[in-house]
Write a protein that binds this ligand. Structure first.
Ligand code: FAD
Length: 374
């Protein structure tokens, strides 16, 4: 429906903003909060096409993690040691900040620890060969001498190798609670919600930017911060940002689950955890790369069946279960597994391409963005 502006809208409600943040996921909202802290009197708005955000933030697995050994070994094949360690440090610091800032109870954080289970001989051998080096490399950041520790996996009752790697520094959050807590804080901070607006173009003008929505409503601002993650290349096709769909299945409650924690397998491409006596399992997009490079939220039956088989054969062998839900979220990837955080010009800043790590990276990257305006 086309929007025809009134004088009251033009002169008051939609008058120029000092800061507009486009994208109300956990990254956009944390940026808004950090900017508010430094600019108590600024007129700040946050724009989204969806009433509750619709991308990755409300649709992920709720892991508070900074990387399993096989994921880190895999990252070393693509990026320098310095880059991998710098990212790992930001993820680790980010998790601490999430808990300190928002409160463990408010975001459903539990420090359960994580397990990397093994189902592939080569991956297991790689982990055996590299875990000590990785322990030494991350000690400076975590302060823990042996973050990754070998444990027997028999208590988990899964169909995996008899040794797994336990990391006591990782844990789980409740993604619904994290999003709700951050949203409430943005309301309290007087950030103006501008939801239900699908922005189709950005126009630069003398003193800032104007955003045009598909209903013709326009919003102008002095400073525009783009936090649309996977969807950023729809507005700025020159960006190296491609969508990566992550599918999740959730069982109905199961009595006496023999494990409590977050679990990694297959270089981080498989992830699962318990939640409310259920098992939540996601991933396997590496087996369906072409299909999963999409903005489409409707999951596919091939990935669904793959996850269901994994649930039965690896996580719950010999147990019966029913699938209650199947959903997906859209992550942002690119050539490099590094987020894009930069000032494009005097009025435009980007904080996009979270590469599937935005839960952990959000606190530190939002600090980086806010620092552009010191
Ligand atoms: C299945 C899955 C598992 C994950 N696991 C982990 C994990 O273990 N650890 C971790 O740290 N992270 C994980 N992530 C990634 C994490 O959820 C994301 O990195 C993070 O949520 C990104 O937040 P964001 O705010 O940048 O983007 P999003 O949450 O995608 O928000 C972007 C917002 O922009 C809005 N938008 C886009 N285009 C427009 C437009 N044109 N006009 C108006 N609004 C627009 C969208 O509606 C959306 O609300 C996972 C993600 C998924 C999907």
């Amino acid at each position: 429906m086309k929007h025809y502006s009134s004088y009251w809208e033009r002169s008051v409600l939609l008058r120029k903003f000092d800061f507009l943040i486009l994208g109300a996921g956990i990254i956009g909202k944390q940026i808004a909060l950090k900017i508010r802290k430094k600019n108590p009197n600024a007129r700040i708005g946050i724009v989204d096409r969806s009433p509750i955000s619709y991308g990755a933030s409300t649709r992920n697995a709720g892991f508070a993690c900074f990387g399993s050994v096989s994921e880190i070994v895999d990252d070393f094949k693509r990026s320098s040691q310095h880059e991998v360690m710098s990212l790992l440090n930001k993820r680790f610091q980010g998790i601490q900040q999430l808990v300190q800032t928002f409160g463990a109870d408010q975001i459903g954080y539990r420090n359960t620890g994580s397990y990397e289970i093994y189902t592939d001989q080569e991956e297991y051998q790689d982990a055996r060969n590299h875990f000590q080096t990785i322990n030494q490399l991350i000690q400076d950041y975590t302060g823990q001498a042996n973050a990754f520790q070998w444990q027997k996996s028999d208590k988990l009752q899964m169909a995996c190798f008899e040794d797994c790697l336990f990391n006591p520094l990782e844990g789980m959050i409740n993604s619904g609670m994290l999003n709700e807590t951050i949203s409430e804080l943005t309301h309290k901070a007087g950030i103006i919600p501008l939801y239900g607006l699908n922005i189709t173009s950005l126009n630069k003008d003398a003193g800032g930017y104007t955003l045009i929505a598909d209903n013709d409503l326009s919003l102008s601002c002095s400073q525009l911060i783009i936090a649309t993650n996977a969807f950023s290349s729809q507005l700025m096709p020159e960006l190296d940002v491609v969508p990566a769909r992550g599918q999740i299945i959730l069982t109905k409650p199961i009595a006496d689950l023999p494990f409590d924690g977050i679990f990694h397998n297959d270089k981080g491409y498989i992830y699962f955890r318990n939640i409310d006596d259920r098992v939540l399992l996601g991933g396997a997009r590496n087996y369906f790369e072409a299909e999963e490079t999409t903005y489409d939220f409707e999951g596919s039956s091939a990935n669904f069946e793959h996850l269901k088989k994994y649930m039965q054969e690896i996580i719950l062998p010999g147990r019966s279960f029913e699938i209650d839900m199947h959903w997906s979220g859209i992550m942002a990837m690119g050539e490099e597994k590094i987020p894009i955080v930069k000032k494009v010009d005097d009025h435009l800043t980007l904080c996009v391409r979270m590469s599937g790590m935005g839960v952990a990276l959000g606190p530190v990257l939002s600090d980086e963005v806010a620092a552009f305006f010191d």
